[in-house]
Design a protein around this ligand. Structure first.
Ligand SMILES: [Ca+2]
Ligand SMILES: [Ca+2]
Ligand SMILES: [Ca+2]
Length: 135
C-alpha cells in the first residue's frame, strides 16, 4: 500500500521537477525547449542544475546543507510527489547527501527517459517520456 513501484517513484520525481513549468497546458515541444536551457537540442544534467539546486534546498528541511535519508523519504500521509524517487547518491558513505553529490547524480528525468544511453534527452525521447505519463 505504501510502496509504489520504483518506476512510479521515479516518475514522481520527473513530475516534481516539471511541476514548475506548468506542463499541463503546454505541448511537449514547449516544455522541451524550456528545459533545454542552452538550446542545444538536448536536455542534459547541466540544463537542470538550477532546478535541482532548488529541489535540494526544498528537501533539506533542517537546512544543514545535507539530505538525510529521512529528508529524502516523504511523510507517510504526504500527497506531495515522493522525493524518495531521488536515487540515493551518497558517494562517500557517510549516510547523508551533499549538494555536490546530489548534483552529480544523473537526474531522474534523464535516467527515466534516455533510451539510447547518451545521458541526455533528445526531443523524441522527451516526447515518449511525456506520452508515458500516467502509466
Ligand atoms: Ca541542453
Ligand atoms: Ca538536512
Ligand atoms: Ca538519449
Amino acid at each position: 500500500m505504501q510502496s509504489p513501484t520504483r518506476n512510479t517513484l521515479l516518475f514522481s520525481t520527473v513530475l516534481l521537477g516539471l511541476s514548475q513549468l506548468s506542463l499541463a497546458d503546454e505541448t511537449g515541444e514547449t516544455a522541451f525547449s524550456r528545459l533545454d536551457r542552452d538550446g542545444n537540442g538536448y536536455i542534459e544534467a547541466s540544463d537542470m542544475s538550477a532546478m535541482r539546486e532548488r529541489m535540494f534546498r526544498r528537501l533539506d528541511r533542517d537546512s544543514d546543507g545535507f539530505l538525510s535519508r529521512q529528508e529524502l523519504t516523504p511523510p507517510a500521509q504526504s500527497s506531495h510527489p515522493a522525493p524518495s524517487a531521488v536515487v540515493w547518491p551518497d558517494a562517500n558513505g557517510d549516510d547523508k547527501v551533499s549538494m555536490s553529490e546530489f548534483l552529480a547524480q544523473e537526474p531522474a528525468l534523464i535516467l527515466r527517459g534516455d533510451r539510447d544511453g547518451d545521458h541526455r534527452l533528445n526531443a523524441d525521447e522527451f516526447r515518449q517520456l511525456i506520452a508515458s505519463r500516467g502509466n
